[in-house]
Design a protein around this ligand. Structure first.
Ligand code: C2E
Ligand code: MG
Ligand code: MG
Ligand code: MG
Length: 262
């Protein structure tokens, strides 16, 4: 698989798909999250959960991460409209002290205004070399880029990780959102995360919204943004571009979600 992945990177068999991010209040597309896909000749699209760990173990993540950022910035420039692009960073990328400079150079070359870029990191990043990572996050933020805490509530995330760095956005992990109405305790947890995020001046976003009931609950509780199969699946660039040109997206959701190239 390692050799296959090397070849895939070389032959550009990797592609970025884009999942729309919606504002909850007025249900508008505020941007897209770039999600890596491997177009495998026999196996179809392979999920990043299968090959990102391999890229991390082998060091391929450094080159791959740069390619993702370049491609995502170029694509975001193409769909215009001030829409944001969210790009995931691996905690391994923070082992390269040049990461902030690299990100700065890519943004500059791309011509994308830095405030249209959001970088998503998960709490795992903060358990590595905390001081070094902190310094890098500050440098990256100084470029004008926003930084989101991804998958909050899962893995290594903790309250202290939120306190240590002033994240711009907190993304509530899918594990909580999916159980929202089935499990009352998750409702309590989501409310608490929303209160915490807002009191710390962060935008709150919910991942993995799959039902109208979940969406309504989040709306009622004052969550700012939502992302999930209910609203739109990750889709190839061309579909994302087309979606940007649909004047009123609400109402065409059903149609859009069947366009999934996944
Ligand atoms: P993530 O950043 O938390 O991305 C959200 C994941 O949830 C995506 O999985 C997306 O397809 C999935 N998702 C979105 N809405 C729903 C929903 O309503 N229901 C369900 N069941 N799933 C939903 P995906 O694309 O398989 O990516 C998995 C993870 O791989 C990402 O989690 C991210 O951590 C990582 N990843 C993806 N692309 C990249 C990349 O370019 N670089 C790095 N370093 N990591 C990436
Ligand atoms: Mg993410
Ligand atoms: Mg993640
Ligand atoms: Mg996430």
């Amino acid at each position: 698989m390692e050799q296959d992945l090397r070849t895939a990177i070389k032959t550009r068999a990797l592609a970025l798909h884009y999942q729309p991010l919606f504002t909850i209040q007025d249900q508008k597309i505020l941007g897209f999250e770039a999600l890596l896909r491997w177009r495998h000749a026999e196996r179809g699209y392979i999920s990043p959960t299968e090959f990102i760990p391999l890229a991390e173990e082998t060091g391929m993540i450094f080159g791959l991460g740069e390619w993702v950022l370049e491609q995502a910035c170029a694509d975001a420039l193409a769909w215009g409209g001030g829409r944001k692009i969210a790009v995931n960073l691996s905690s391994i990328q923070f082992r390269d002290p040049n990461l902030p400079a690299t990100i700065g150079a890519i943004i500059k070359r791309s011509g994308l205004p830095a405030d249209r870029l959001e970088l998503e990191v998960n709490a795992g990043v903060l358990i590595e070399d905390t001081d070094a990572v902190m310094g890098m996050l500050v440098e990256i933020r100084a470029l004008g880029v926003r930084i989101s805490m991804d998958d909050f509530g899962t893995g290594f995330s903790s309250l202290s990780s939120l306190k240590r760095f002033p994240f711009d956005k907190i993304k509530i992990g899918r594990a909580f959102v999916s159980q929202l109405l089935a499990d009352n305790e998750d409702g309590v947890t989501v409310k608490a995360i929303l209160a915490l995020g807002h009191s710390m001046g962060m935008v709150a976003s919910a991942e993995g919204v799959e039902s109208a009931e979940q969406f309504d609950y989040l709306h009622l509780e004052g969550c700012d943004e939502a992302q999930g199969f209910l609203l739109g699946r990750p889709m190839p660039f061309e579909y994302a571009l087309a979606l940007c040109n649909v004047p009123d997206v609400t109402g065409s959701e059903q149609q859009i979600s069947t366009l999934d190239g996944h």
